[in-house]
Ligand binder design. Sequence first.
Ligand SMILES: Cc1ncc(COP(=O)(O)O)c(C=O)c1O
Length: 500
Amino acid sequence: MFCLPQQESTAPTTCTGSASTQDMESGYGDGLQGECLRKPDQKQPKLYGVGDPTATFSSDSSYLSSRGRVIKWFWDSVEEGYRTYHMDEYDEDKNPSGIINLGTSENKLCFDLLSWRLTQGDMLHVEPSLLQYPDWRGHLFLREEVAKFLSFYCKSSAPLKPENVVVLNGCASLFSALATVLCEAGEALLIPTPYYGAITQHIYLYGNVRLAYVYLDSKVTGLNTRPFQLTVEKLEMALQGVSSEGVKVKGLILINPQNPLGDVYSPEELQDFLRFAMRHKLHVIMDEVYMLSVFEESLGYRSVLSLERLPDPQRTHVMWATSKDFGMSGLRFGVLYTENQHVATAVASLCRYHGLSGLVQHQMAQLLRDHDWISQVYLPENHARLKAAHTFVSEELRALGIPFVSRGAGFFIWADLRKHLCKGTFEEEALLWRQFLDNKVLLSSGKTFECKEPGWFRVVFSDKENRLRLGMQRMRQVLEGQSQVVEDASPCQEPQSQPR
Ligand SMILES: Cc1ncc(COP(=O)(O)O)c(C=O)c1O
């Protein structure tokens, strides 16, 4: 139990067993043992909210424009864990006491396969056009391969077309470009929470576009058959609430498979959400960056591009990248697929600033056309390794008595550490996060995903087992250190720093 010092004495929050408001269906990990009993006066979470990305902004730099100060402030405040990690990265030989990164969503399991494929003879090719200014949408040879690749792996009902493809340097840039070309400054895009929190910056730093939150919670009651379930009713309520505050909503962002929940939407749900968007003339930005990282086939994942008919194709824009599914977050390759030529052209115009080197375009075309290697070697092995790593971390979490949500897609487990907070506040959550970091394990706390319930953490499992084992050991030390504090002293007292 991790507790801030406080004035009045408060009984520590206790946890029930399985008979609680949270479902324990095996699909959510057998370790989801139920949520802590909250205090009766605890407020119900709000159903919607409008993000204010600079709510706590402060700056001291007179060298920068006001915009530059905000941009620098994001780097200083939001990226602390990431920067700390890069100054002290764990390395088996060179830095065994460095930080284990279970916080950044990267797949580190398949470097051997990828380095083999990327060093084959067909990868290195130079011709004048690859060294000259390209079509900013991407070379045609690459857009043709992307269209074939997406048609095949998304199981599209009809062949997808190269003219609907724009390639650029990753989904982060694509979020930034789409927000800028779809919204006026100050307008908003609807997003269910918890969500991959960096989208806040992606759409704000250039486009000055905000997020409007559809707050989801972990309770399984009534129509909610799974934790953090999105429904059309919740979308409608949030849209109404946000609009009543005078904020214009221009679109809806859906992440499928979801980050951080590792969940997928069924085709029926997808259709419902798309029809909701069409009713309100909202654009839909479908982020499918984890579409080939579904390692539980029973989930029945379906890309939006596989649907027989899109309700509003002119307002449906799909993004994908190699950063996750091909474990190449440093290579920077992303794709937009949209039938709307106005949107494709406007994004392509921004690709002057987000474009790809001709040599990388050649390599990506070679990679994406190699369906034999992808289907017979890479994907089966990648999925087997993801599954094994997921099993390992799930079992460690169960052994620690930590409930979690995870269904078999993506690189992460959404872990419920609420019983380790005394009062259930975000201050305690932040302190627990820091305790982990001080003990050399980086996690991502729920606040960074705009989760409404303090105490959730995302644990990334797509790394080698020795690193996972050490990371889990370090987590255990912190959590056991807390219990020690509770046993040794009165509850709700500031904990001691953890052993290294
Ligand atoms: C859901 C989601 N979308 C987009 C991105 C950014 O992708 P990229 O590395 O291609 O910019 C991430 C990265 O973590 C992500 O999780």
